[in-house]
Design a binder for this molecule. Structure first.
Ligand SMILES: C[S@@+](CC[C@H](N)C(=O)[O-])C[C@H]1O[C@@H](n2cnc3c(N)ncnc32)[C@H](O)[C@@H]1O
Length: 439
């Protein structure tokens, strides 16, 4: 494909993402799959532009507004502004590509070239930009970010906008040590180093397809961010326990819980999505896990009630805004509004209450989100605790010492909050709540 064709494809994909609720990566995958003429190099150039425009969108929109009439804050306007401000292309060069020929973007209008000329040479990170724009944060979320990060808000939000590293978790059930996996990967020319905090984590130099790697095929590794590994370890799942993963999804954390249980005891995966639980089944099998069962949660289902007061550990990996995973999903931040957040927090509270009802005296419910917002984290947990006389917070440093190790816990307060600018992980929140031993 010529550069013009790649740009036309990026514009079409950005338009398609704007027009749907489907995850952006799936829209891109489908677009590429439907066009056999798109090769590997084309795909990575197109994807680079699409994700780049999402990562730079607030600043591009600020510049587009400055350019005045002529280009819009839409897919085409953003790609045009990106070429001028990020790629430093001149308008004549852009006009050569936007010539309206087959596979090229529509011809560059006079009004567009005039608008682009007004911003040519502009400093992309202009000192005149509001802080929220410079940090690529939707304006309504900025006060929430300030409440979380205080004086560190700028670097913290900027770090959420960078590309994420690529982490793997070593599965001890497969019988290979972390060092043995590093050696096996090195034999396949895949350099990996141990992660700083998770004792089971490996960090690769970049995102790579794992399916063909021998340790993946044998179940010795899974793709999982280090933050997610730490959250799962803080559940403290052990052999012989009844452990419930209440929002198990495709089983990322369930796999880590199962490893802690050494195939002894009972691991129950709940979720409202059958599709996700089906994906979990495949992963559980590959990892050699035999003590897990899956159950789709449905209205009026008795399975949750039957388990009331019996579980040693219940993990609530709650559906959330995903602000902690912006590095991986750069479109996500533009898809949520304030109203969505209000609805989410109500759902989170009700899930936490239902899940906590399964915990036995002396057992624990572990509330986790991949969001950095207090509204979804401390506020949900503290609202729950205020109405409960059974549960109290277990300060996370003590739990870390028991389940991860004596050193390394970054938490200073009752909860664990992880952030890419400090710990180099996705943003996460973990609260460990214990039910009093006496009913
Ligand atoms: C953050 S994801 C879970 C990710 C998963 N634990 C992992 O580590 O791969 C949240 C999950 O909550 C599920 N969910 C949404 N509403 C729910 C509800 N009311 N009860 C239980 N699960 C729910 C979603 O289907 C989604 O799979």
């Amino acid at each position: 494909m010529k550069p013009a064709g790649r740009l036309a494809a990026a514009i079409e994909i950005l338009e398609a993402i704007d027009a749907t609720d489907r995850p952006a990566d799936r829209v891109l995958d489908r677009y590429v799959r439907d066009r056999r003429y798109i090769g590997g190099g084309d795909r990575s150039a197109i994807a680079g532009r699409v994700w780049g425009v999402f990562r730079r969108r607030a600043r591009l929109d600020w510049w587009i507004k400055k350019a005045g009439k002529g280009i819009g804050r839409d897919a085409r306007g953003r790609v045009l502004a990106d070429l001028v401000l990020h790629d430093r292309q001149d308008v004549a060069g852009i006009a050569e590509m936007f010539d309206g020929s087959r596979h090229a973007p529509a011809i560059l209008a006079k009004s567009e070239s005039e608008a682009l000329r007004r911003i040519v040479g502009g400093e992309f990170d202009s000192p005149d930009m509001p802080d929220a724009v410079r940090a690529e944060c939707p304006p309504w979320l900025w006060p929430h970010m300030e409440a979380r990060f205080g004086a560190e808000v700028g670097p913290a939000v900027a770090a959420l906008g960078q590309e994420a590293p690529f982490d793997l978790r070593v599965n001890p059930l497969a019988g290979m040590s972390r060092e043995a996996v590093i050696a096996a990967l090195a034999a396949e020319q895949v350099p990996a180093v141990p992660t700083a905090l998770s004792p089971f984590g490996l960090r690769l130099d970049r995102r790579r397809p794992v399916d063909a790697m021998a340790p993946f095929k044998s179940g010795a590794i899974e793709v999982q961010d280090e933050g997610s590994q730490l959250a799962a370890l803080l559940v403290g799942a052990g052999p012989g326990m009844l452990v419930v993963d209440y929002c198990a999804g495709a089983g990322g954390k369930a796999l880590a819980l199962a490893a802690g249980m050494e195939n002894k005891g009972r691991l129950v995966l709940f979720d409202v999505s059958k599709g996700r639980l089906d994906r979990a089944a495949v992963r559980l099998r590959r990892a050699g896990i035999h003590n897990a069962e899956r159950k789709v949660l449905a209205e009026g289902d008795k399975s949750v009630k039957r388990m009331a007061g019996k579980a040693d550990r219940v993990l609530v990996d709650a559906p959330c805004s995903g602000t902690g995973t912006w590095r991986r999903n750069p479109d996500a931040k533009w898809r949520y509004g304030e109203q969505d957040l209000a609805e989410l927090t109500k759902t989170q509270r009700s899930i936490l209450e239902r899940a906590a009802s399964l915990v036995k005296p002396g057992g624990r419910v572990i509330y986790v989100t991949c969001s950095v917002l207090r509204a979804e984290n401390e506020d949900v947990v503290e609202g729950f605790l205020a109405d409960s006389d059974r549960f109290s917070v277990l300060p996370v440093a003590g739990v870390w010492a028991q389940s991860i190790g004596e050193t390394g816990c970054p938490a200073t307060g009752p909860y664990l909050t992880l952030s890419p600018h400090r710990e180099g992980t996705d943003g996460f929140f973990v609260a460990v709540l214990e039910r009093a031993a006496q009913p």
